[in-house]
Design a protein around this ligand. Structure first.
Ligand SMILES: [Zn+2]
Length: 394
């Protein structure tokens, strides 16, 4: 079977016993980048060479040879760790090359974030990492803690990059995951696959999911609940923000109530992860190779989002979708979208016209049941039909 891979970035909070060393390491790296940037700008004859050739040439200019040859442009900071030096040279070369391509002027200053390549870090886990840091005089291996979501078990961790956000330090760590199935939707449909269609709602149910086999027969149904609890917990936080407002109006704090807003944000993220995980587990249990999400037109989406409120189960669906996209990919499941026009007016059992009665539907031929499930079934079938147009009888 065809396979592929994806790379996602994990953002981890970095807790360092000597935060000042992080600043010094960054500054040190910045100096090395600038040194090579200026050196390369003086050597126009190198600009069209490959990155590899530029690297070799710049090293010849700046480092002493084994045979005792003295460099014309020695590094002012003395001996620089090899991978840090190469990262700096790459950054400088990439900037010069892109300046040429865009035919823009050379920027005076370069913003260079430190990436810890091989030799600059070790013992990377979910909880800790050992970084080689510059304390202003020498390099010191420093044990730091990490806070954040754990890495996927089969993920391959790549070189972390240091990022400063406000007063916090973060490590961005790319995680590479093999994907067991890189077939296209068309190939999957042709070979036959179960499909999971999803209908998001603004009730206690975040999503109704329905598994259809390749003939369009319903095999299983699952509802992701917790919408009311989510709404309630958000409401409590919003009330707290309201109540504390009179007390914070006079504050000079740039972002009063930040704590509560962060809570709200975390709450949304937590639920979005949980629901997307639940949908995905349901897909795996039922061997679904494709997930179908409703694709509403933009006006409808905007209206529905405004009507449902900022912290409602339906509003969360956009976050759930995003999470599903990348989680599904890592599991080898494809996510498709299908237009929903006309789907809610049709009975999924007989195709007859339906009336809506609260959360139920009532068909002209007597069928009735949950209208969200009816929508989900219709959505799945419509998606299947779009692949087998004309070749399947109903
Ligand atoms: Zn019917």
């Amino acid at each position: 079977m065809k396979t592929g891979y994806s790379i996602r970035t994990w953002r981890m909070r970095l807790v360092c016993p000597e935060p000042i060393w992080l600043d010094r390491t960054e500054e040190y790296f910045q100096n090395v980048v600038e040194f090579y940037y200026h050196l390369l700008r003086q050597h126009e004859e190198l600009w069209n060479s490959s990155l590899f050739d530029i690297q070799r040439s710049l090293e010849l200019l700046s480092l002493a040879g084994r045979d005792g040859r003295q460099p014309t442009n020695p590094l002012p900071m003395g001996k620089v760790p090899v991978y840090l030096r190469r990262a700096a040279i790459n950054k400088a070369s990439a900037t010069v090359k892109s300046t040429q391509e865009l035919q823009s002027g050379f920027p005076e200053k370069l913003e260079a974030k430190v990436t810890f390549f091989k030799g600059m870090y070790s013992d990377l886990t979910d909880r800790s990492i050992c970084l080689k840091l510059w304390n202003g005089e020498k390099w010191i291996w420093t044990d730091c803690n990490l806070k954040g979501r754990s890495f996927p078990q089969d993920g391959q961790l790549m070189s972390p990059t240091l990022v400063k956000e406000g007063r916090c330090y973060l490590l961005n760590i790319p995680v590479k995951q093999e994907n067991s199935d890189a077939r296209t939707a068309k190939e999957r449909m042709a070979e036959g696959t179960n499909l999971c269609s999803v209908r998001f709602t603004n009730t206690d149910t975040f999503a109704v999911c329905c598994i259809l086999d390749e003939q369009g027969k319903q095999l299983a149904v699952h509802t992701c609940r917790g919408g009311d609890a989510y709404r309630h917990r958000c409401k409590l936080l919003e009330t707290r923000i309201q109540k504390s407002r009179p007390n914070t109006v006079g504050d000079n704090s740039p972002q009063p109530n930040r704590k509560y807003y962060m809570h709200l944000k975390n709450l949304s993220e937590h639920y979005a992860h949980q629901v997307s995980r639940e949908i995905l587990n349901f897909c795996k249990e039922n061997q679904a190779g494709i997930i179908v999400l409703p694709n509403y037109d933009q006006n409808f989406t905007r209206m529905a989002m405004v009507k449902s409120g900022n912290f409602s189960p339906l509003h969360l669906s956009s976050k759930i979708r995003t999470n599903l996209q990348y989680k599904a990919w890592a599991e080898g499941i494809l996510v498709l979208e299908t237009r929903t026009d006309g789907l809610k007016d049709k009975c999924a059992i007989c195709g007859g016209k339906v009336r809506r009665k609260g959360n139920e539907f009532l068909c002209e031929n007597g069928h009735q049941g949950n209208r969200f499930l009816n929508d989900a079934r219709n959505l799945g079938r419509k998606c299947q039909d779009s692949f087998f147009r004309g070749s399947r009888t109903k």
